[in-house]
Design a protein around this ligand. Structure first.
Ligand code: C2O
Ligand code: CU
Length: 489
């Protein structure tokens, strides 16, 4: 039975209508998801003032925002002889891990991790980055060190990526004792993974100091660039301080076996009233922890995740065992101490709600991270003025955990899932926010600039889980993308 002509035409129109109804919004979503080939980090997204002043005037005796300030002028000391001067040459190459395996990645002065940079509080540190042949360019970011903004090493925000054959000089005063690390912040999801990083310790070397930078090269977990088990000889009775740095993209349980230990510093800040524990410590990606113990006669062992990657410390290696199931919880660990500011007097109250939804990002269909319901680059820019007390509620319903890292500032944890912190002030620069968790943090906006605030599971940052904390009146002459090919993540 043949359909009549008008009926068929009607059918075609309906089909066309349905197709358009699907394609037009899709096309719209696709087009509006495109990230411009070049953009200014201070002009992306939308300003979120957190309920505070929108006129750019600092009311706390901060810098005068009537005139704008360029990131490029927010440098460390330009004059003065450095106390610590290091040149780091970045290469893309095949190289051998200290334990012998060959890795195709990146080195600094021929090794990965790169050399330890050590300074004392008060030292002027000068690091010259030379890019010998890293094709995408490179930078150095001083993770956890609250340097002046121009020294922060973020390609497209605080500098241009250093091209092959180029160099860049970083100068800053070491002001905070503690354990830190440096890494490239240009195409960081690739370059850091491949080895463009190294440790920084701001403290005089003590006989019991052990630095343990943990990194996974091509699927092989290492401590200081060695796979398997290693040994550091220390006499029994030595007061040991083990500085553990997680340079990977995922959280890692670490801890000492063979003797109770204290968690004496987190992200470079001392813990107040640390007590001995035998539990494991959950070390977020990018975060650091200092573990202290007196070396027992039988030795002790630092375990990084599983006992197959560990470091025996002492006259012997300590027990061969896995870490216990219990976990140190900093929400209650240690004893309270003054914060130095009153979070109840906040000038800004921000929300950083991490979610996920299907859609397009830069024209690519996928399940993308969202911040306050918005996909990159339409995300909130958190606006502050110098001197502001800032509260931020970070919540996560995205289905995965995110180690959230704010540049240029240390924040204190106020609560988790509504439960107030009751232990030592829990200062962080990198905070693991698990799925369905909510943390409230607070900090003082005391370091003018444009500061990244992103997930340190670096592929997530490159997928758009990234925004900025911006001081009103600060501008940047640098551009993401563009002719310098700046691509911070
Ligand atoms: Cu360790 Cu924005 O990075
Ligand atoms: Cu993440």
């Amino acid at each position: 039975m043949a359909e009549s002509k008008p009926r068929r035409r009607w059918g075609r129109l309906v089909a066309l209508g349905i197709t358009l109804a699907v394609l037009v919004p899709l096309g719209y979503l696709w087009v509006t998801s495109l990230v411009p080939g070049e953009y200014n980090a201070t002009e992306m997204g939308y300003a979120d003032y957190g309920g505070g002043s929108t006129d750019g005037h600092a009311n706390h005796g901060g810098m005068n925002m009537d005139m704008s300030t360029s990131v490029a002028d927010l440098t460390g000391p330009k004059t003065g002889t450095p106390d610590v001067a290091v040149t780091l040459t970045a290469r893309k190459q095949k190289f051998q891990l200290a334990s012998g395996e060959t890795v195709d990645g990146y080195t600094l002065n021929g090794t990965s991790p790169g050399p330890l940079i050590r300074a004392k509080v008060g030292d002027l540190v000068q690091v010259t980055l030379v890019n010998e042949n890293v094709p995408d360019g490179a930078t150095l970011h001083w993770h956890g060190i609250d340097v002046p903004n121009a020294e922060d090493g973020v390609a497209g925000v605080t500098q241009d990526a250093v091209p092959v054959g180029g160099k860049h000089v970083y100068r800053f005063k070491a002001e905070q004792a503690g354990t830190y690390w440096y890494h490239s912040h240009q195409v960081s999801s690739d370059e850091v993974k491949g080895g463009l990083f190294g440790p920084v310790v701001i403290a005089p070397q003590t006989p019991g100091e052990v630095v343990a930078a943990i990194h996974t090269f091509a699927g092989k977990r290492t401590i200081n660039g060695r796979t398997g088990t290693q040994h550091v000889d220390l006499p029994a009775g030595t007061a040991a301080r083990v500085r553990v740095i997680n340079t990977d993209n995922a959280i890692l349980r670490v801890g000492l076996l063979g003797t109770p230990y204290k968690v004496v510093a987190v992200d470079g800040k001392d813990v107040h009233g640390a007590t001995p524990t035998t539990a494991a410590y959950p070390l977020a990606a990018g975060a650091r922890v200092d573990l202290e113990a007196v070396v027992p006669a039988g030795g002790m062992r630092l375990v990084a995740g599983a006992a197959t990657t560990s470091l025996g410390v002492g006259p012997a290696d300590g027990p061969t065992a896995e870490l216990p199931g219990e976990t140190v919880d900093l929400l209650t660990y240690g004893t309270p101490a003054p914060l130095g500011f009153d979070p109840a007097k906040a000038d800004r109250n921000f929300e950083y709600r991490i979610g996920r939804r299907p859609g397009f990002l830069d024209g690519m269909p996928g399940l993308w991270w969202t911040i306050n319901g918005h996909k990159f680059p339409d995300v909130p820019m958190y606006m502050v003025a110098e001197g502001d007390i800032v509260r931020m509620k970070i919540s996560n319903t995205s289905g995965q955990a995110h180690p959230m890292h704010l540049h240029g500032h240390h924040a204190v944890v106020l609560s988790r899932n509504g439960v107030a912190a009751s232990g030592s002030p829990w200062w962080i620069d990198t905070l693991e926010v698990g799925n369905n968790e909510t943390y409230e943090i607070a900090f003082v906006a005391d370091n003018p600039g444009v500061w990244m605030d992103h997930c340190h599971n670096l592929p997530h940052a490159s997928e758009g889980l990234m925004t900025h904390l911006m001081y009103e009146g600060v501008t940047t002459p640098y551009r993401v993308g563009g002719k310098s090919h700046n691509e911070p993540e």
